[in-house]
Write a protein that binds this ligand. Sequence first.
Ligand SMILES: O=c1ccn([C@@H]2O[C@H](COP(=O)(O)O)[C@@H](O)[C@H]2O)c(=O)[nH]1
Length: 275
Amino acid sequence: MHFMSALRAAWQQRDSLLCVGLDPDPARFPAHLQGRPDAVFEFCKAIVDATADLVCCFKPQIAYFAAQRAEDQLEALIAHIHVRHPGTPVVLDAKRGDIGSTAGQYAVEAFERYRADAITVNPYMGRDSVEPYLAYADKGVILLCRTSNPGGSDLQFLEVGRPGGGVEKLYERVARLVAEDWNASGNCALVVGATFPDEIARVRALTGEMPLLVPGIGAQGGDIAATVAAGRSADGTGLMINSSRAILYAGADEDFAAAARRAALDTRDAINAYR
Ligand SMILES: O=c1ccn([C@@H]2O[C@H](COP(=O)(O)O)[C@@H](O)[C@H]2O)c(=O)[nH]1
């Protein structure tokens, strides 16, 4: 199924804009999983099974798996999501960016090896560096636009000349470029941090109904009410609002998955209160 169709169906059927981020850090695993060779898979599987009915998508962050030499466990986890929770889109957070020939390999890795439904991509090497991902027309290509970290302003807030006159911020140029040019197959989305609600509103204004992946609530302190008000689309959807650590590590004991479910439920409901 096309990523965008699956996402729209998940928004409606699960009544949720929540994306649970899968950032497995063994140092924070409960004691009974410590030292197990399959701990990364078992931890994430328990979180996925406890929260799948509450989310519009899952977002595994590839660095957490690669750092543990657990890429095989990432493959198994995504396969598990597809089999046990069909219709739940998986966004591989990899923030790839390279010349076209290498980008083609990254696209194969994301969509054919891991079988992700969407990938995050860094747009700053330009169109040809993104085309290998765009060529998978049924997959989502989610471009960094206004990231949630404070240092995002170093470059993304620079003023650049606007074709035809005037100036705009670099993140605005990215938003317009993606909405007006790169999204010919309708498979693009943008990353905009919950820590910057004014910029979420600006990106929403520039991109119409384009889905936005919004990290930064929970551990990074972004405001849910402001995020939803700024970013929802006309029908009250349009957002994948990510929370990782605040949900994954809501509990530290053997019942960690139940604690994660309670945290996910509270977060989903807090989001829905402002839709
Ligand atoms: O601008 C961005 C882009 C990506 N991220 C990723 O989202 C999660 C956030 O984790 P929390 O624990 O909810 O803070 C993490 O995987 C980041 O790599 C982001 O935070 N900001």
